[in-house]
Design a binder for this molecule. Sequence first.
Ligand code: ZN
Length: 240
Amino acid sequence: MNVLVWNENRHEQTNQVVADLYPEGIHGTIASFLKSDDVTVRTVTLDDEEHGLTEEVLNETDVLVWWGHQAHDEVEDEIVERVKQQVLEGMGVVVLHSSHFSKIFKSLMGTSCDLKWREADEKERLWVVDPSHPIVEGIGEYIELEKEEMYGEHFDVPPPDELIFMSWFEGGEVFRSGMTYRRGKGKIFYFRPGHETYPTYYNPEVQKVIRNGVKWVKSTDNTTPKYGNAKPLETISEKE
Ligand code: ZN
């Protein structure tokens, strides 16, 4: 399986806390826990030519993992469209944290994707609400993060195909933290945690969920559906 980790990689250049936390960039940390004998991982960033998302690279990608925050607007519309076509044709995508506002996620959802937020070092408890789902294999009743940014409802997205995590925050809000969608032949997993100033991507359970998510969104090799005018499979008898 070929995984491509995309990161805007801007906080790492301008914020010392983030640079110290993620010396290889958030993409580097994510890549390091996704790599395995059967998973090849490449990383690309916003400042790469064509944001690292050339036709050639995308054609070789089974699953794209996306982390963006402050520079969503700098992603070229033409490239967003290219990524979207790949998703519709079956490329899986894992959308992390503040990428809820990325152009690609908004385009796939068709809604504002807006939400409530607050940075106050709050405890987050992500409750598993779909315990039989493959994305939560190996996870207990909940994941607890000592400090995270709060995201609160209402989250303006379409009703998901599957709701997997529901977060509770110390300040009282709740949030749908893990959701899946299908668009065309592609599968999408949105997973909330991962604010850049917290060590969230070093949490073994968060890592496990992202690994499971990558596996789950990978497309299956089913027969390509056929559309348009169709010849009958049987002789249609004339009705009297
Ligand atoms: Zn954040």
